[in-house]
Design a binder for this molecule. Structure first.
Ligand code: NAX
Length: 333
């Protein structure tokens, strides 16, 4: 068996982590042969709750889980990390604006970026989940200058999975038969769920989503708004933000980083824009279609973009530019 890898989950006493930790610890993400040391970070008042989570992980008697370290100290949590999943932040409550969250989160992710820089392996793969995820990811990367920007990504896989599932339900087929949906831009209501390059498999044959769904009005209207507003709809119904589906998406995202994407398939991921793809401004964490090989992502280039898509991609980029500029002004304080 391989040596154990060190995996950090922050916000480890929270609701997403509660759904996430079991899947990681039983090998769904890093592989069934990969032993793990789990580092669990939360804030000091949550340590008693975290102790309960640790007890439950112990009680699962999982063979891959070699050690669990609960802590409120960054120097313990970020030490020698192979992977970091940054979930902890202040979650959005019903009716709360994303911008209200920005200021508090810049402080959190600046500090955690600096801790990654100081304590983690330079090869660490960092996934930012806590909202506003794209901008928090950018702040984290900027605060960890010794770690390559390509090692940072943010979660838009939940939106990707939501889009996939909406198309599948519409066609009455399993979600697996729908591939290559794209989430462009921000993990917010300006995101653009795009099915122009989506393939739907019917009786073993791949067909364009537009040809199978046969309802352009829905695909260009309610489909998009349903995916964009899904997080808010879950909050309204559950009085809590998405947790089970968020945990599943985190597993999908990190597993793909670790083991790569399937041939002919791409996934959506918030990654660093260097200004060379699809006219997206540089210095943003923007969700693109990517393929992954050898733990390295590559933006899928050359997809045809029509005017309808272009306008939506630009709108979500504009929101990210504004969010970045505001965050950077907080960063300086
Ligand atoms: P919870 O409030 O249940 O848990 C958050 C946990 O983070 C708490 O235990 C809290 O004490 C801890 N925390 C706060 N500050 C911390 C810090 N500085 N260091 C370590 N831990 C800290 O929220 P939960 O439902 O688990 O959601 C967590 C985050 O995920 C929220 O920001 C939420 O908005 C975001 N989400 C992002 C999604 C995405 O697709 N990118 C989807 C799901 C989710 O909405």
């Amino acid at each position: 068996m391989a040596d154990p890898i060190r995996v950090l989950v922050t916000g480890a006493a929270g609701q997403i982590a509660y759904s996430l930790l079991y899947s990681i610890a039983k090998g769904d993400v890093f592989g069934k042969d990969q032993p793990l040391i789990l580092l669990l970070l939360d804030i000091t008042p949550m340590l008693p709750v975290l102790d309960g989570v640790v007890m439950e992980l112990q009680d699962c008697a999982l063979p891959l889980l070699r050690e669990v370290v609960p802590t409120d100290k960054e120097e313990v949590a970020f030490k020698d990390l192979d992977a970091a999943i940054l979930v902890g932040s202040m979650p959005r409550k019903e009716g709360m604006e994303r911008k209200d969250l920005l200021k508090a989160n810049v402080a959190i992710f600046k500090s955690q970026g600096a801790a990654l820089d100081k304590y983690a392996k330079k090869t660490v793969k960092v996934l930012v989940v806590g909202n506003p995820a794209n901008t928090n990811c950018l702040i984290t990367a900027k605060s960890a200058p010794s770690i390559p920007k390509e090692n940072f990504s943010c979660l838009t896989r939940l939106d990707h999975n939501r889009a996939r599932s909406q198309v599948a339900m519409r066609c009455g087929i399993p979600a697996d038969n729908v591939r290559n949906v794209i989430i462009w831009g921000n993990h917010s209501s300006t995101q653009y769920p795009d099915v122009h390059h989506c393939k739907v498999s019917v009786k073993g044959e791949d067909k364009p989503a537009f040809d199978v769904v046969k309802d352009d009005t829905w695909l260009k209207g309610d489909f998009i708004s349903t995916v964009q507003q899904r997080g808010a709809a879950v909050i309204k119904a559950r009085k809590l933000s998405s947790a089970m589906s968020a945990a599943k998406a985190i597993c999908d995202h990190m597993r793909d980083i670790w083991t790569g994407t399937a041939e002919g398939e791409f996934v959506s991921m918030g990654v660093y824009s260097s200004g060379n793809s699809y006219g997206v401004p540089d210095d943003l964490i923007y969700s693109f279609p990517v393929t992954i090989k050898n733990k390295t992502w590559k933006i899928v280039e050359g997809l045809e973009i029509n005017d309808f898509s272009r306008a939506k991609m630009e709108a979500t980029a504009a929101e990210l530019v504004e969010e970045r500029d505001t965050a950077i002004s907080f960063l300086a304080v």
